[in-house]
Design a protein around this ligand. Structure first.
Ligand SMILES: C=C(O[C@H]1C=CC=C(C(=O)O)[C@@H]1O)C(=O)O
Length: 376
């Protein structure tokens, strides 16, 4: 009963924010159903270049895959924070309105299947020549748009369907709006404990007991690249004392991944954390190895701008704690379209058809929920 009341109120708050063009974020952590909402009163959003500049602030970051003039790293202040619901908040919220109108994204295009196969062939040429070990190829799947009035309900449904994911919805009126259910932590720090994960390798679920999943060499190797990279970042940042658990199999919707957890209680200043975050991002789970060569290949071959896909997002607290997740299983919401961004790690052993199917499975994470709204 109380739960229903909170859900209704959450939906009403988000709907009011959307109607009044207020910049907001909403999210739930993995393994929690508690939804946090933060709303900024004005459109004076903070563009930051160095995460260290956010020291002492409380709000939410949304960082792109690569910072460009069009796609900045944003910080949204939590002028209103609706973690506990009183009676007067919606009333209070109605007093704030931005006049910015959402622009229709005219550049929006999906990736065609034959284009994906041409691109993967270009990736494989480079990988087989040995100039790099792994690179992530992504594509955009275009779907029909969801009207603004249904977006809050869509977010709540995603929260329900993916209890183990970081589910998030960010709306920056006149700039962009994204929603997703990420299985991948980039960096979390709470009470002097810091964690990250190496998540890579994908197979469809086909067993009742996921721990019995039989992983092939390609997946084991691509996940090991990410683990090795994290250990290198820890070493470079003088973190010698850490716990490493895995790799083990985890479920993310109808697919499974290999995951290794890394935890340390090393005393990290906010500056240290900022340095580690910028070294981790973009990890070899979304970019590749070596990082600069993979970035170059992605820029040359992919025909779309990744924007905030494979960037990171999450809350930052005034005491220096943060919980940042890789922006995966995600979509950009435009007036007439949903752009689902999906990708996968390509190595010299990749089989193009299998990689294509993997991106289809990943798209299902959001599609299975979206479809309930399109038909309703
Ligand atoms: C790049 C994506 O997933 C990454 C995370 C887990 C498994 C992955 C893989 O098996 O390729 C990717 O590295 C995506 O979902 O778009």
């Amino acid at each position: 009963m109380k739960e229903d009341f909170v859900l209704k109120k959450t939906e009403a708050v988000l709907t009011t924010c959307l109607a009044n063009h207020l910049a907001f974020y909403a999210y739930k952590h993995p393994n929690s159903q508690h939804i946090e909402i933060g709303i900024q009163k004005d459109m004076d959003l903070l563009k930051y270049t160095d995460f260290a500049d956010l020291d002492g602030l409380s709000g939410f970051v949304m960082a792109p895959f690569v910072s460009t003039e069009q796609h900045s790293s944003w910080f949204i202040r939590d002028d209103f924070n609706f973690s506990s619901f009183g009676d007067d908040e919606i009333e209070l919220l109605s007093q704030y309105k931005n006049t910015i109108e959402e622009k229709e994204d005219k550049t929006v295009t999906g990736s065609k299947q034959d284009e994906y196969f041409t691109q993967i062939a270009a990736f494989l040429d480079e990988l087989k020549a040995g100039s790099l070990e792994k690179a992530i190829l992504s594509r955009i799947q275009l779907e029909k748009g969801i009207s603004e009035v249904k977006r809050a309900a869509l977010f709540l449904q995603l929260c329900q369907c993916y209890p183990h994911a970081f589910v998030s919805f960010v709306s920056l009126p006149g700039i962009c709006s994204w929603m997703g259910a990420s299985p991948e932590l980039l960096f979390k720090s709470q009470n002097n404990n810091s964690e990250t994960v190496a998540l890579a390798g994908t197979l469809p679920i086909n067993k009742d007991h996921i721990q019995e999943t039989e992983w092939g060499n390609k997946e084991i190797e691509e996940q090991a690249f990410v683990s090795d990279y994290i250990e290198r970042v820890f070493r470079d940042n003088a973190i010698c004392d850490y716990e490493k658990i895995g790799p083990y199999t985890v479920q993310a919707g109808q697919i499974v991944h290999l995951k290794t957890d890394f935890r340390t209680d090393a005393n990290l200043s906010f500056k240290n954390k900022a340095r580690i975050i910028s070294a981790l991002h973009p990890t070899p789970a979304v970019c590749g190895l070596p990082k600069t060569k993979a970035l170059d290949l992605i820029k040359r071959v992919e025909s779309h701008d990744r924007e905030y896909y494979a960037g990171f997002w999450g809350p930052v607290h005034a005491n220096g704690d943060c919980a940042l997740y890789v922006n995966l299983r995600t979509m950009k919401l435009s007036e007439n379209h949903l752009s689902l961004f999906v990708g996968g790690g390509i190595t010299a052993d990749s089989i193009p058809q299998k990689e294509w199917e993997e991106t289809q499975h990943k798209a299902q994470t959001l599609l299975s929920v979206i479809n309930q709204f399109v038909s309703s």
